[in-house]
Design a protein around this ligand. Structure first.
Ligand code: B12
Length: 238
């Protein structure tokens, strides 16, 4: 009897989550492609399940540091190598958030995947991890994989945060503009006064009380900030 490679390699969500966890990454959940959703995605045809892989806190950073590849964009290269290896074991395809422009709509997919919400300062906020999480890739399956259930009527933690310290902590108030004023942000972070942002990461992000236990370690925060400074020019358009 003919059994396809996909069926042979099919693993449960828990097993896929374990493969991700082995390299310090997190399975964030996923979504199934219905006919309605298919029309709203630019995903290749025939995909039935999408699982997002991300990082929280510094778990992946500690693994990355041990195997940091030489050359430019080492996190992206480390991510691609590790996720391609996992995808190969699962006969899955991959999409990466950094492949663009145009960039794949990871934040939109994330809101279809798990209970995350736009925060006042931009990045999606998660009830447990706050702003200390990001998306590293998507695994695409041509088969249907059972996914963890979603919460009914989830609420953003920002709804019950009256003071919004994130909005009051930026020394140059870049979030009063929408989208945020990244020219002012870069100017400040690159200045002498911006040493704290350069060494420890964005002050507005650190002001968020949600998930603060998962705050990135200083060398990780400094790495991301340096990457941001070196690459932001690519995104600035008049
Ligand atoms: C380009 C980019 C930037 C540019 C932004 C330039 C610009 N003009 O906007 C720059 C360099 C400035 C930047 C900065 C940062 N970024 Co950035 N960035 C991206 C990137 C690569 C592409 C974004 C994009 O254009 N997507 C295309 C659109 C079409 O995708 P989309 O998902 O459909 O977009 C939807 C969401 O934005 C959502 N949305 C956003 N706001 C709101 C608000 C409401 C009310 C609603 C309902 C929806 C909504 O609606 C959009 C339409 O569907 C993404 C990775 C990715 N592929 O998504 C990371 C990404 C968005 N960045 C991320 C991060 C963490 C940052 C930084 C903190 C810096 C850093 N790397 O550490 C800063 C923070 C900026 C800030 N305060 O918002 C994370 C966010 C993770 C999270 N928790 O949400 C992402 C997802 C990368 C990742 N690996 O996870 N970034």
């Amino acid at each position: 009897m003919g059994v396809s490679k996909i069926e042979n390699n099919q693993k449960t969500y828990v097993e896929i989550a374990q493969l991700a966890e082995n390299v310090g990454l997190r399975c964030c959940g996923g979504f199934h492609i219905s006919e309605t959703l298919e029309a709203q995605t630019d995903l290749p045809t025939g995909i039935k399940t999408v699982i997002l892989i991300g990082n929280t806190g510094s778990a992946f950073w500690r693994q990355f540091k041990k195997a940091r590849p030489a050359g430019p964009h080492p996190i992206n290269r480390w991510t691609r190598d590790n996720l391609l290896e996992i995808a190969d074991q699962l006969s899955a395809r991959t999409i990466f958030p950094f492949d663009g422009p145009p960039f794949p709509p990871f934040q939109k997919w994330a809101m279809w995947t798990e209970d995350v919400f736009p925060s006042p300062i931009g990045p999606l906020v998660h009830g447990e991890f706050g702003l200390w999480h990001a998306y590293r890739g998507a695994l695409l399956f041509e088969s249907r994989t059972e996914l963890p259930p979603r919460t009914d009527n989830p609420a953003s933690p920002c709804d019950s945060c009256p003071d919004k310290p994130c909005m009051k902590s930026c020394p140059v108030d870049v979030f009063s503009d929408d989208p945020f004023n990244f020219k002012a942000c870069v100017g400040y972070v690159n200045s002498t006064a911006g040493k704290d942002c350069r060494s420890n990461g964005c002050q507005a992000r650190r002001a968020c009380p949600v998930g603060s236990d998962h705050c990135y370690e200083p060398d990780q925060a400094a790495y991301h900030m340096q990457f941001f400074l070196e690459n932001v020019e690519r995104f600035i358009t008049d």
